[in-house]
Design a protein around this ligand. Structure first.
Ligand code: RTP
Ligand code: MG
Length: 147
């Protein structure tokens, strides 16, 4: 079953959006298999955002993601990587449709509330950066056939 790495960014934690965000993915029918609060270190931020290291906004991005606690999660489900990206909305909240997380809760590209893996490869990479295998729980839900 496919897994993705989602993270409520420091702005989302400060604005008390953890519950709202978790709730959206629960109600959609995805399964939370790992979650924790943590503060991202500069070293981890540089690894996590390595693909952006030559972009002009890289320093601002690292400063922001390390500026306060985040809520790190692994979610499991059918096509969860793509579906979570759709539920998050466009990177720039000005382009994010109402009904998406960024469309409903963000105005700035630099503070867009949530991160989500963008491919199978990045999901595997990011999950391994933030979670040990024994922190991820696989379990059966009896209501699964209904969702
Ligand atoms: P994320 O990685 O956070 O899920 O966001 P994303 O895939 O939608 O966007 P990505 O291109 O990976 O960019 C990572 C984060 O960098 C910030 N950003 N700032 N100032 C800018 O032009 C700019 N471009 C990107 C955003 O916070 C974005 O989420
Ligand atoms: Mg990205």
């Amino acid at each position: 079953m496919e897994r993705t790495y989602l993270m409520v960014k420091p702005d989302g934690v400060q604005r008390n959006l953890i519950g709202e965000i978790v709730s959206r993915f629960e109600r959609k029918g995805f399964q939370l298999v790992g979650a924790k609060m943590l503060t991202v270190t500069k070293e981890v931020a540089v690894i996590h955002y390595a693909e952006h290291k030559d972009r002009p906004f890289f320093e601002e991005l690292v400063d922001f993601i390390t500026s306060g606690p985040v809520f790190a999660m692994v979610w499991e489900g059918e096509n969860v990587i793509k579906a979570a990206r759709v539920m998050m909305g466009a990177t720039n909240p000005a382009d994010a449709l109402p009904g998406t997380i960024r469309g409903d809760y963000a105005t700035k590209k630099s503070m867009n509330v949530i991160h989500g893996s963008d491919s199978l490869e990045s999901a595997a990479r990011e999950i391994s950066i933030f979670f040990k295998e024994d922190e991820l729980i696989t379990y059966e839900k009896t209501i699964r056939p209904w969702v």
